[in-house]
Write a protein of this length. Sequence first.
Length: 229
Amino acid sequence: MKKLFLVLLLFIIALALKAQGLDIGTWNILNLRYSINQRWSVFGEGQIRSLKLYNQFHYYEYKGGINYKAHNNLVLSLAAGSYQTYKEGGNFLKPKNNDEFRIWPQVLLTQSLGNFKIEQRYRAELRFTSNGYRNRFRYRLGIFYPFGAKTSSNKPWQAYLNNEIFFTDGETFVERNRMALGLQYKTSATTTLQLGFLHQFDYKINDETGRDFIQIGYFFELKRRDHSP
């Protein structure tokens, strides 16, 4: 299993060495989650993105919200955050392409299919942008494959592949397509690392730039202690 991770790491490093010619950017994620009980949890997340290999930073976002686990296979969420997009060609160049505050409810459905886990995510976005108010709707279909020797109740490794489509209620109706693949590794009960590749294609949009990205994520989860006897 470590060999598989090493192969992906070497592949991403090889892409990084050619990043200037291929315009490969970086997509960095820090996600913190606190589980209050078996049903309720809160989260916060920050992202920062660049159009070159840790150069030409053009985008950052931070958001927070609450999750409710209505069923083992159904999670409802409500979140809000700030999303900032700068001009291309440098690091946080002004004027900004977009200055946005966003509220979004979300529905997450999961199911098992053999050794695979299928995930469907539905999100509606209420977007207060520097160019006026907009609505947007997103659908993501993901496939996950956990593997490796079990630690407690989970396998430490997980390969994933997902594709997400962005819709609007006005022209051009379909704004964006985003595809990602990679690996996640659970280093402990609280920490998960992610390494992957993301391709984004924009049809007609100015709140982000379609490009190829190396995706690196750090996910940290804490649970409230149960003091009941």
